[in-house]
Design a protein around this ligand. Structure first.
Ligand SMILES: [Zn+2]
Length: 402
């Protein structure tokens, strides 16, 4: 099926104008005809390289920031109203098995946050979960990874030591670890430790890396180690963030993560706006590279992920507010995503698109916003109803469109 769009972003370096883009899905009706969407821009879906799905709660859980290092926040957050409100739905029993009890409700909330902001893949930083955790979701939770919580706190939420976890990745999947999330000596001494453990490797993804200096960042770039930038979370909790301009100058593979909304932005669209406001000299196609091809490289995703080509099964069609598609990203809210398809399944958007697909309507939630009729795959309405039941009142989340 061909869709005539205003422009089509194939990758950070290739944009076509007034050319059709093709989509493919086993669910497409046989008689489907070309669609005219001249007010829309086509993009590959985004990748969120750092989130904690179990912490998808709102508002931010902090009252005495900025902190010298994140370990102080991890303790301090437990007394905040946001943390205590989430406790009404799910209490951390220390097992970190997020497939049991009420944990899946908050995990799904996090999945929907990512889905509604156009992310097809999310790296959920947590100890490895049971296989079912990674199956049957509207978007992909990266399953093939190894991890350690952090250099400073070790794998307190479960898993082996950092070195053992890195070894288990066999260089074929990312090894993810928080690093240097702070500005004090405790944060600064993390980098030499990583070097000594021989973890500065092409399959290592360092999260935050706030305290790294230019020499440290050059070593990361030289070794091919990827770095995940979470500007809103960093500037909120710590008051500093990664030296992003130096990273770009050195050619380091930088990706972007929202972190959870208990410390970071409400979603990837907000993260892009925040990053641009604070770092306006980063060209927007470079920012787009960080949430697409750089992320696909860092997370060892299959060839072709995060780019468009022929017969796309993964695609975003988004309202056009700017002629330059990369600047357009700065104008967006969740309701501007008119169509999002992942693995050939329409996952959210404006309902008229579903006329072209054979779908089971019971799997979808339909709702109205701003005079538009919209759909969402995976029944987020049921998840919210269960959360409301546990809370005893209705709670609105800014990352949901209803
Ligand atoms: Zn994190």
């Amino acid at each position: 099926m061909k869709i005539n769009v205003s422009s089509c972003v194939y990758n950070p370096d290739k944009v076509t104008y007034d050319q059709p883009v093709s989509i493919a899905s086993p669910l497409l009706k046989e008689n489907s005809r070309d669609l005219n969407c001249k007010d829309l821009i086509a993009y590959p879906p985004f990748i969120n390289s750092h989130d904690h799905l179990i912490s998808n709660w709102h508002p931010k859980a902090s009252e005495s920031q900025p902190y010298k290092n994140v370990n102080l926040w991890v303790e301090g957050m437990k007394a905040t109203p946001s943390f205590m409100e989430r406790n009404k739905v799910w209490i951390n029993d220390g097992s970190f098995d997020l497939t049991i009890g009420t944990a899946p409700l908050i995990i799904k909330l996090g999945i929907f946050k990512n889905m509604f902001s156009g992310c097809a893949v999310v790296q959920d930083h947590i100890r490895k979960q049971k296989p079912e955790y990674y199956q049957g979701n509207p978007i992909t939770i990266l399953e093939d990874y190894t991890q350690c919580h952090s250099v400073s706190m070790g794998n307190w939420w479960g898993g082996k030591t950092a070195v053992e976890e890195w070894y288990d990745a066999h260089g074929k999947m990312p090894f993810v670890i928080h690093l240097a999330e702070g500005t004090d000596d405790a944060a600064r001494t993390c980098f030499p430790k990583v070097v000594r453990m021989n973890l500065l490797q092409p399959n290592t993804l360092l999260i935050h890396a706030i305290a790294l200096n230019k020499t440290d960042l050059k070593r990361c770039a030289d070794e091919g180690t990827s770095i995940c930038w979470c500007p809103e979370s960093n500037l909120f909790l710590i008051g500093e963030t990664l030296d992003i301009y130096t990273c770009m100058e050195l050619g380091a593979n930088v990706v972007i993560g929202t972190d959870s909304p208990m410390s970071g932005s409400i979603n990837m669209l907000a993260e892009l706006k925040f990053a641009h406001e604070h770092f306006p000299d980063i060209p927007m196609n470079e920012m787009f590279r960080m949430i697409t091809t750089n992320a696909a490289k860092a997370l060892f995703l299959p060839e072709g992920t995060a780019t468009l080509g022929k017969d796309n099964q993964d695609i975003l069609l988004i309202k056009k507010y700017s002629d330059y598609p990369f600047d357009n990203l700065l104008k967006l809210n969740i309701n501007d995503i008119q169509f999002f398809m992942h693995k050939g399944i329409p996952v959210c958007g404006e309902s008229s698109f579903l006329d072209h697909f054979e779908i089971d309507r019971d799997n979808y939630y339909f709702f109205d916003t701003n005079s538009e009729h919209r759909f969402a795959f995976g029944r987020p309405d049921k998840v919210i109803a269960q959360i409301d039941d546990l809370l005893g009142y209705h709670k609105d989340f800014p990352f949901l469109p209803f």
